[in-house]
Design a protein around this ligand. Sequence first.
Ligand code: AMP
Ligand code: ZN
Length: 119
Amino acid sequence: MTNCIFCDIIAKSAPAEIIYEDDLCMVITNINPLAPLHLLVLPRNHIPSLNDISSADETLLGHLLLTAKAMAEKMGVSDHGYRLALNTGKGGGQTVFHLHIHLLGGKQMDDSLLSRGIA
Ligand code: AMP
Ligand code: ZN
């Protein structure tokens, strides 16, 4: 076990419902879903937040977005539409400091995103 729950999930020393994994990332279901579909796309490497990303991570970031798109297709929400969210820092609502992209779908997203939260 580490002091990062997502690193533990990636190492399979903590439980999670794994939807997909490859060399660079893992996709799990959110333990506290805010929409009928609420997945998290995690890089395998421990990167605390988007603030820690550099140009060396350009390929990884592209891969995370392409994976989110593929998961939306796989889970059947592409045509209806979905939301990706990437909270950064405490003030940005981030609570787990291992970079992750939220994929939310399966309902009509509230358009007052900025005042009411990600879903
Ligand atoms: P954020 O607020 O952007 O840092 O999002 C962290 C997300 O991780 C929250 O939506 C939590 O519900 C989710 N989460 C925390 N622990 C787990 C876990 N063990 N398995 C799956 N999702 C988790
Ligand atoms: Zn981690």
